[in-house]
Design a protein around this ligand. Structure first.
Ligand SMILES: [Zn+2]
Length: 484
């Protein structure tokens, strides 16, 4: 196992449950174990693609009265009662994360921590027969988290590597970089980003410059999203779309010209980002998202933007964001033509979806029947056509009309949503704005809170890599085809 950079992710609910246990109010340290899913990067995917991600899954608090000792500067606890937790990690291929608190706010691992981790992790690795990465983390009174990954050193001990960043995908989006939390470094703001920094703060600008964002869909809403992310100074954009530029797309794809007809959309947008030369690394992937390798690459991003119409594509993104604990921003635009050259309605919605929260399906963004029809059309086009004829399935909605000014409007709403999550600027809490719909034809702006969790998806939060990927049999087929 290589020691690529490692990041750690929590949902907002997991983070607040941990916080409540780790800071009971008595000023003493406390500790919990967390079983984590993993996304193991590949060395040949480049510096960003090779990183490993640990995604929190099950939290096991160590009861206060079970601890040998709890003081403001140490916590000691017996491992024996938790051996079944390690066995569960082994059975399910999960990593073991130990998290404890520093109520005094000490921003480093102490000598006591070093001794305790050097003792704990070799027994974790022995018991689970898993060389890592596992991890040890510290939570501070402000909720910040820093961590280190633990690997088998091959000599019966553990080797520790700092975890670069910790992401918390809740109502707000927190990204704790190790150097910012432990060394107070905020990073330097590049000249072009000074004006953004004036509005959103140096911390937000620095966070953006180290953020990896996956954008799925490189057309009407995807292209303005990419344009804005690059000019905001985002660190990496992973761009996914299988299609080539056609003449009929030129009314709405930013940076596409007549000379680009026939070129992959992702390449056209990637070229535009490179020409800007503002420091954004761009990874164009000309493919459908329904490909195991593409899903795995997208899962490494810190944020996912969905800029597609297809119901099954949006459902897949919701699933990826759940398994890999990412926030997912979905942009949907609907322009209804009346069939006589006019429009009946101009509506659009930006959804902010957090792992373990409600889903596009549970919010009613599409129906289970529409989802089934979309899956059938992709899996078995002939059966779909015949069932459509027999009226056994409802027709999958084809591309609706699109207008650059309308698409760009909703794309902008989505990018502002990301900024609001990174740097809360609303008068009210972000939790009240899980869904923001604007009807341009009715001049209405409607916002809703997150609502009840999607129970089926909530069980999968932080599951990480599985076989088959995302628990979807069709990905075992792509994986086998690629390996062959
Ligand atoms: Zn400590």
């Amino acid at each position: 196992m290589s020691t690529s950079s490692v990041s750690l992710r929590f949902s907002g609910r997991q983070h607040s449950a941990l916080y409540d246990h780790l800071f009971p109010g008595d000023g003493n340290e406390a500790v919990a174990l967390v079983l984590c899913g993993r996304r193991i990067g590949d060395a040949d995917e480049g510096p960003w693609g090779s990183r490993h991600v640990l995604t929190a899954r099950d939290i096991i608090p160590v009861p206060y009265d079970l601890c040998h000792e709890r003081t403001p500067v140490l916590v000691s606890w017996p491992v024996e009662p938790f051996l079944d937790v390690f066995d569960r990690a082994e059975r399910r291929g999960l990593a073991v994360l130990k998290v404890h608190s520093h109520p005094g706010g000490y921003r480093a691992f102490s000598e006591t921590d070093d001794a305790s981790d050097a003792d704990l992790f070799p027994s974790v690795m022995g018991r689970t027969d898993d060389p890592g990465p596992h991890a040890s983390a510290v939570m501070l009174p402000g909720g910040e988290v820093f961590a280190r990954a633990a690997y088998d050193d091959g000599e019966g001990g553990a080797r520790f590597v700092p975890v670069e960043s910790v992401l918390v995908a809740g109502d707000d989006l927190w990204v704790f970089h190790r150097d910012a939390v432990c060394d107070g470094a905020l990073g330097r703001v590049a000249g072009f980003a000074e004006r953004t920094a004036q509005a959103f703060g140096v911390g937000t600008t620095a966070a953006l410059s180290r953020l990896s964002v996956a954008v799925v869909g490189a057309s009407g809403t995807g292209s303005p999203v990419v344009e804005m992310l690059a000019r905001l100074g985002v660190g990496e954009i992973i761009l996914v779309d299988p299609d080539l530029v056609e003449e009929r797309n030129l009314n709405r794809i930013l940076n596409a010209t007549r000379a680009d007809i026939g070129r992959p959309k992702v390449e056209v947008l990637a070229d535009a980002v490179r020409r800007m030369d503002l420091g954004t690394r761009v990874v164009p992937i000309q493919s459908s998202l329904f490909d195991a390798d593409v899903v795995r690459r997208v899962a490494l991003a810190d944020v996912l933007f969905g800029c597609v119409d297809s119901v099954d594509g949006r459902d897949l993104m919701n699933r990826i964001a759940t398994h890999y604990a990412l926030p997912y921003l979905d942009v949907g635009v609907r322009l209804d033509a009346d069939g006589q050259g006019g429009v009946d309605g101009v509506h659009g919605t930006v959804h902010y979806l957090q792992p373990g929260g409600s889903s596009l399906l549970s919010r009613g963004a599409y129906s289970a029947t529409a989802l089934q029809a979309a899956h059938l059309r992709r899996a078995d086009p002939e059966l779909y056509e015949s069932q459509l004829e027999e009226k056994y399935v409802i027709g999958v909605q084809e591309g609706s009309p699109a207008v650059v000014s309308v698409n760009t409007f909703y794309a902008s709403l989505a990018v502002n949503e990301l900024l609001a999550r990174l740097h809360p600027f609303r008068d009210d809490d972000n939790r009240k704005f899980a869904r923001n719909g604007i009807s341009l034809s009715q001049s209405r702006f409607l916002s809703d809170a997150d609502g009840e969790p999607d129970v089926a998806l909530a069980k999968l939060v932080g599951r990480g890599d599985t076989s088959p990927l995302l628990g979807m049999p069709e990905f075992s087929a792509t994986a086998t085809r690629r390996a062959a």
